[in-house]
Design a binder for this molecule. Structure first.
Ligand code: HXC
Length: 510
């Protein structure tokens, strides 16, 4: 029979053993690769001393392939709760030092338990993924474990924010849990995601590709759009996650989220007085406009490296947290294409699910023409953005800075799809198409006088006054009033309530 002191010592010894994971040698190997261990990551990401661990002594129940001889306390994943910037979060972190972080039944159960905790208590869940995937020795039990996690990702979607950090390999079906979360962070050079690895690809398609080129941070941030943030190293990654938490709420029940700022909401945007170029074919950087308008020049851009013709991200105005969607005339003239439509649609849906008002800045010449876009399904993908805006019930404020042409005018949070407030600069051009294209069609038999017709069309349509006459634009504002007006309207829309028809769910074009 142990004395109480011996019992306390036993707990201390087991705790130490659990915290050593797969052992010092494997910890050293992890460090040599520029990676922290599962627990080090948690401690660096969360507020100091805030982490409380669940299920430290869980082990697997597998006897196949000699597994009964290797058990690690905690079964290769550390789970629990803690805080970020004082905000409660739930977290799991896979431990690569135990079977390469591979997921077995007990490991999965621990993740499911902390996910259930997060959902039941309406706090965000953060997953740190560093794993060789399904634990081969546990067979279908490992696959079942993954599926239980996938199911929970879907139940939690739109209720609590779900954040994935890819800190090492993430292969096979294992990529689908992160894919169903709201934001994916990847670390340059040490993290990668793919459904099938380079070896399988070589056998099946004879393509030769490295892990990094196939599924590294740059690939998923620039090419595929799977990831949302590319970070330099793990420390940078934790810093960026903490920054994101300054803008997102704990759950979908939070309304009117604010931040502290000393930036005056009525600060005049003098820089914007002459910001839009006189020549409407000349590009400008919409990000500069965003930075000028938001609090403290703090804009957290989401997917900055993907579909650069549209900008998405978080900021606050007069302390009110907002999501910003903006066409970027400095890239592809700001037109809408497949990637930009999907990028913005997903962002709009996140904001709508979590009660974050959306500010839309419009300078769009239309949809990108061409067979690549048509064959790729621009109709279906463009419809996603139209759908996302139309179903959104959060406050929607739209500002047309310059071009708003054709279908893209309708899509970019126009009055007609129920934006609350539609503003325009005097430089706005709201029409079915640009002057050149329009004249080529309606005056095709009088091309000799083309210049005269273009001039007439521009005077008639390349302005915001037609739309204002019809009440489609609520107010034409001077550019220096931008911040003040956005703030005034955000305040006025704080108690917005919309009744939507009863239904099981809509059918967004996928
Ligand atoms: C069991 C695994 C494992 C796995 C790695 N290990 N993956 N154990 N099941 N899936 C073990 C290794 O045996 C090794 O054990 C330790 O983890 C570290 O692995 P290394 O290979 O030494 O590390 P490294 O060279 O860094 O390579 C990491 C790796 C590689 C790229 C992840 O291990 C690998 O390719 N593993 C297999 C990946 C895979 O095919 N997984 C199944 C995908 S299918 P020791 O004892 O030597 O330290 C899948 C289905 C999901 O996941 C289904 C969801 C629907």
């Amino acid at each position: 029979m142990l004395t109480n002191e011996q019992r306390n010592e036993q707990l201390a010894r087991l705790t130490k053993e659990a915290e050593l994971g797969g052992g010092q040698e494997r910890i050293n190997k992890q460090h040599e690769q520029g990676k922290y261990t599962a627990r080090e990551r948690i401690n660096k990401l969360l507020d100091p001393e805030s982490f409380v661990e669940f299920d430290k002594f869980v082990t697997h129940k597998c006897n196949a392939f000699g597994m009964d001889k290797t058990k690690y306390l905690g079964d290769g994943v550390t789970t629990g709760i803690g805080k970020i910037n004082g905000q409660q979060v739930a977290i799991f972190s896979q431990d690569f030092t135990c079977w390469g972080g591979a997921l077995g039944a007990s490991h999965a159960k621990k993740i499911c338990k902390v996910m259930d905790f997060a959902l039941n208590n309406r706090i965000p869940i953060i997953g740190l993924n560093d794993s060789g995937g399904a634990r081969i020795q546990e067979g279908v039990d490992a696959l079942a474990g993954y599926a239980e996690i996938f199911y929970r990702n879907v139940q939690a979607s739109g209720v609590i924010p779900q954040i994935s950090l890819i800190m090492g390999p993430c292969a096979g079906g294992a990529v689908y849990s992160p894919a169903m979360t709201d934001f994916i962070f990847m670390v340059d050079k040490t993290s990668y995601m793919f459904v099938t690895g380079p070896e399988v690809i070589k056998t099946v398609t004879h393509e030769e590709v490295t892990k990094d080129a196939l599924g590294g941070a740059h690939t998923h941030n620039e090419k595929s759009g799977v990831a949302h943030f590319r970070t330099e190293d793990e420390d940078d990654c934790f810093e960026r996650v903490r920054e994101l938490f300054a803008f997102i709420p704990s759950c979908n029940m939070i309304k009117h989220a604010t931040r502290l700022t000393t930036d005056s909401p009525i600060r005049a945007n003098n820089k914007l007085k002459t910001f839009i170029p006189d020549n409407s074919r000349k590009p400008y950087d919409m990000k500069e406009l965003v930075m000028e308008v938001v609090d403290d020049q703090h804009f957290m851009e989401v997917q900055p490296d993907f579909a650069k013709n549209i900008i998405t991200g978080f900021a606050s105005i007069g302390g009110i947290k907002v999501g910003i969607v903006a066409n970027q005339p400095a890239f592809l003239a700001g037109c809408l294409d497949i990637d930009s439509a999907v990028k913005a649609a997903r962002f709009v849906r996140f904001c709508d699910a979590f009660n974050i008002p959306i500010i839309t800045l419009v300078d769009v010449p239309g949809f990108l023409p061409g067979t690549v876009q048509e064959y790729g399904g621009i109709i279906r993908h463009g419809a996603k953005l139209l759908y996302a805006y139309s179903e959104a019930t959060v406050p929607l404020i739209t500002l047309i800075t310059r071009k708003a042409y054709g279908g893209a005018y309708d899509v970019m949070a126009s009055k007609h799809i129920r934006a609350d407030i539609n503003l325009a600069y005097p430089t706005a051009e709201i029409a079915v198409m640009g002057a050149d294209g329009a004249v080529n069609i309606i005056y095709r038999n009088d091309m000799a006088n083309k210049a005269k017709h273009v001039d007439y069309y521009e005077n008639e349509f390349a302005n915001p006054y037609r739309a204002a006459e019809l009440g489609y634009i609520d107010e034409i504002i001077q550019p220096e009033q931008t911040r003040q007006r956005l703030y005034q309207y955000l305040k006025a829309l704080e108690n917005k309530k919309v009744k939507t028809p009863e239904r099981k769910h809509g059918n967004i074009p996928l």
